[in-house]
Design a protein around this ligand. Structure first.
Ligand code: CTP
Length: 402
């Protein structure tokens, strides 16, 4: 395949060298098109050596072969990595003042963009808007990831690792549509049970794992309904932007139960990844509790919420696959397995995804480890990796069951 790798002026350009190498090793014809700024970070000789093709930045080079449009016309895939905030703005505006700009306007191939910038720039409304515009035109955005940035700050902004971009590019060059036609319902995030109008009982779920499950399914061809309790805005943003994901929000356990109930009949597979509160405040106050009135002590009476998963299993229709999640703090492997098997049986699910959690483990991290237990109480897989990798393994297991 003919792949164009556009490189714009960010320090992450050094990682793109590895991306180009991986694509070349796969046997693709790779043409690197850097911007003038990009070659201040990684020079033309590097790109030429690694891609084994001549590299230019200007529309005035190789004019005889009309290279400014020929590259884009020939491409099967265009990847821009890293994409700076400035370049996203140029793309959104359709500017074409260099070879990468003209190539992007001349192509009808899928375009993948891997942004890299500081968190503030990524969160700026201008960048948000540009990303929305690009997505609405079908451009696929990969990352940015959460983690340490070059200035020593931490947050979303790191370019996705070259291996991840490569894997994504590979699926586009030979799309895996093994979930095509499947209707999937995924819940994600943590519910918040009100105490009064400003306070709640909640949990630490960021929604990352559940949203990764939804995204993996959508990218593999499924139609996905994502019922989201409270989740990190950054994480939900990705799901909302996907054309095959419909997002419904459900702040409390009762809302989640209602949303799920309304949508179960249409689902072939239901994945309950949400951290649903087991208890809610029996009588939430409709006015803010004030110290003046409570006098030194407050007692909250908690009552059990509806077990949504239990109801799903009870009312399941034939052919429906139901997956539950269990976050456990047990650290002894044998005891964890026993506990997980008991829970699997109690819940009656087809698959239980178990993850060990603790203050330092599971939550707020892009990584996760899941143990998958099937209806015969067998551990069908234990997977560690990015929440996305783990999500793909979960879908592999679901497919194997069906
Ligand atoms: N769940 C649910 N409704 C609830 C609580 C939990 O559907 N009210 C679902 C979760 O989405 C998850 C699964 O049940 O898929 C496991 O929840 P968990 O709280 O671990 O199960 P419990 O039976 O409450 O066990 P424990 O006493 O260990 O909390």
């Amino acid at each position: 395949m003919y792949v164009i790798v556009g490189v714009t002026g960010g320090i992450a350009a050094y990682k793109t060298v590895q991306l180009v190498r991986l694509l070349v090793l796969d046997g693709h014809e790779v043409h690197v098109v850097p911007t003038d700024d990009a070659v201040r970070f990684v020079g033309i000789p590097t790109w030429e050596a690694i891609s084994r093709h001549p590299v230019t930045t200007s529309v005035h080079d190789d004019v005889a072969r009309v290279r400014h449009v020929a590259l884009g016309q020939a491409a099967d895939l265009v990847i821009v990595a890293p994409a700076t905030a400035n370049f996203l703005a140029k793309m959104a505006a359709g500017l074409a003042d260099d070879l990468l700009g003209t190539s992007l306007l001349a192509t009808t191939a899928p375009v993948v963009v891997a942004p890299a910038m500081h968190t503030e720039m990524w969160r700026h409304p201008a960048t948000r808007h540009n990303v929305e515009v690009l997505r609405s035109r079908g451009v696929q955005i990969i990352g940015p990831e959460d983690g340490p940035l070059t200035g020593g700050d931490v947050g979303p902004g790191r370019m996705s690792e070259p291996e991840r971009i490569h894997a994504f590019a590979t699926t586009l060059l030979s799309p895996r549509e093994d979930l095509a036609g499947l209707r999937v319902l995924v819940t994600a995030g943590g519910t918040r049970e009100p105490i009064d109008p400003v306070r709640y009982i909640g949990n630490r779920s960021s929604g990352r794992q559940g949203v990764a499950v939804a995204l993996a399914a959508a990218e593999r061809g499924a139609h996905v309904v994502l019922v989201a309790a409270h989740a990190d805005a950054e994480v939900l943003f990705q799901a909302r932007a996907h054309s095959r994901i419909e997002v419904a929000s459900a702040p409390t356990a009762a809302d989640l139960a209602a949303e799920v109930r309304a949508r179960t009949a249409a689902a072939d597979v239901i994945v309950m990844a949400a951290a649903v509160a087991d208890y809610r405040v029996a009588a939430a106050s409709d006015r803010k509790l004030a110290k003046e009135e409570t006098g030194g002590e407050v007692t909250l009476r908690l009552v059990e919420t509806e077990d949504i998963l239990a109801a799903l299993v009870r009312d399941r229709r034939p052919g429906q696959t139901i997956v539950g999640f269990a976050a456990e703090t047990e650290t002894d492997a044998a005891a964890l397995l026993e506990r997980a098997r008991r829970k699997r049986r109690r819940k009656g699910v087809d698959l239980l995804a178990v993850n060990e959690v603790g203050w330092e483990k599971g939550f707020e991290s892009p990584q996760n480890t899941l143990m998958l237990i099937d209806a015969a109480d067998e551990v069908v897989a234990t997977v560690s990796g990015s929440k996305r990798d783990v999500a793909d393994a979960l879908w592999d297991a679901v497919l194997a069951l069906r």
